[in-house]
Design a protein around this ligand. Sequence first.
Ligand SMILES: NC(=O)C1=CN([C@@H]2O[C@H](COP(=O)(O)OP(=O)(O)OC[C@H]3O[C@@H](n4cnc5c(N)ncnc54)[C@H](O)[C@@H]3O)[C@@H](O)[C@H]2O)C=CC1
Ligand SMILES: O=C(O)C(=O)COP(=O)(O)O
Length: 415
Amino acid sequence: MSKLSLPKDKIKIVLLENVHDNAVAYLRSHGYENIESHKGALDADDLKAAIADAHMVGIRSRTKLSKDVLASAEKLMVIGAFCIGTNQIDLHEAQCRGIPVFNAPYSNTRSVAELVLGQVIMLARGIPRRNWICHEGGWDKSAAGSTEVRGKTLGIVGYGHIGTQLSVIAEALGMKVRFYDIVDKLALGNAQSCASLRELMEVSDFVSLHVPDTTQTRNMITATEIGWMKPGSFLVNAARGKIVDIDALAEALRSGHLAGAALDVFPVEPASVEDVFESPLRGMKNVILTPHIGGSTQEAQANIGNEVAEKLVKYSDNGSTVGAVNFPEVMLPVHKGGSRFMHIHRNVPGVISRINDVFGRRGLNIVGQYLRTDEKVGYVVVDVDGMIEPGMGVRRELEEIEGTIRSRFLQCEEP
Ligand SMILES: NC(=O)C1=CN([C@@H]2O[C@H](COP(=O)(O)OP(=O)(O)OC[C@H]3O[C@@H](n4cnc5c(N)ncnc54)[C@H](O)[C@@H]3O)[C@@H](O)[C@H]2O)C=CC1
Ligand SMILES: O=C(O)C(=O)COP(=O)(O)O
């Protein structure tokens, strides 16, 4: 068992957006009892109030942890994104404040790929319109406009975890897969890469987007790119809403250039289930609209709950930053029968020698030292013999070193 410089019962954890109960159970089973759970996302003012004294925050895709919000959470030491995307967090600001961010990079991958493939089949058979007609008492029994997906070309933009998973299961249905990525990627199965986005858009019967929300991908798909698509083809977006110019998409659907679309994500999404969903695509009978549920399956949420909670506990109990998306990654062994100091600092010259001076002056024997830096931040972990008690002032001295962002320590007792 480790004792932390801040006792576990003083560590406040705020979970938002209905993070799965597995997360709460995991945190509790590791001694973290001070957990406050909120069902939805909060607006900036309520969020600031909720996390003002929090040490850990767990969110999903809707909670915006902006620079301003982070500035109001002075005690925050770690953030858990219980999802894949981290574009809702100001990662740079978090890093400058010495706050690592952990996410779940794979736990909902399969759920998204399955939803997208289902949507592709639904679009190919004109189900959105036919479903609508049946609900209104009609009976459009005809093959007009209906095709199999076998033999059709699926173009995947962003051949990462979700894109490749989709590629494999689409090929199992007999689809031809083409993909476009800015990074060279191993083509799985018989998939073939395209040299440009334009080539992909021109050859595909279905285009599915699986890129993250970055400055490069915002508005990646405008009227120009949609214009490259085959007449009568389909667009699917389960990545992020701001990747597609939604008005240009609406126009292409109205004009009949595109035969249909499926959207799981939108430039503006309601903050809570009470809010109204507004979109120029509402009412279009050739469009499937889903409320950002690509990753919302029982399996995915349960796994994410465990995975991210485990990363938060590992960081808090052991100092490990493996899997952090904005922070130098340090993998640490368990340190027994001694003390472990963790020091986060701006990457300026001389910090390490000053840290070592603090231990040297006190005759403390360093038995392990782990360091990783990136352009902005350094993270050094120092294991020393013996139990350093809080009153000894080592941590205070470490915090006085110029460039220090924050520090903490663990007493790692013999098991
Ligand atoms: N609808 C939903 O509920 C969910 C949506 N997502 C979204 O899906 C996105 C993708 O997820 P993963 O596949 O796990 O991410 P990933 O990081 O494994 O793959 C993304 C791929 O996009 C590529 N890429 C980046 N910029 C590009 C550009 N400008 N042009 C072409 N390719 C580019 C990357 O090289 C990478 O191969 C997430 O970032 C998230 O925004 C993720 C999970 C659930
Ligand atoms: O994992 C992601 O990036 C998602 O978009 C899923 O978001 P959610 O957890 O459903 O709010």
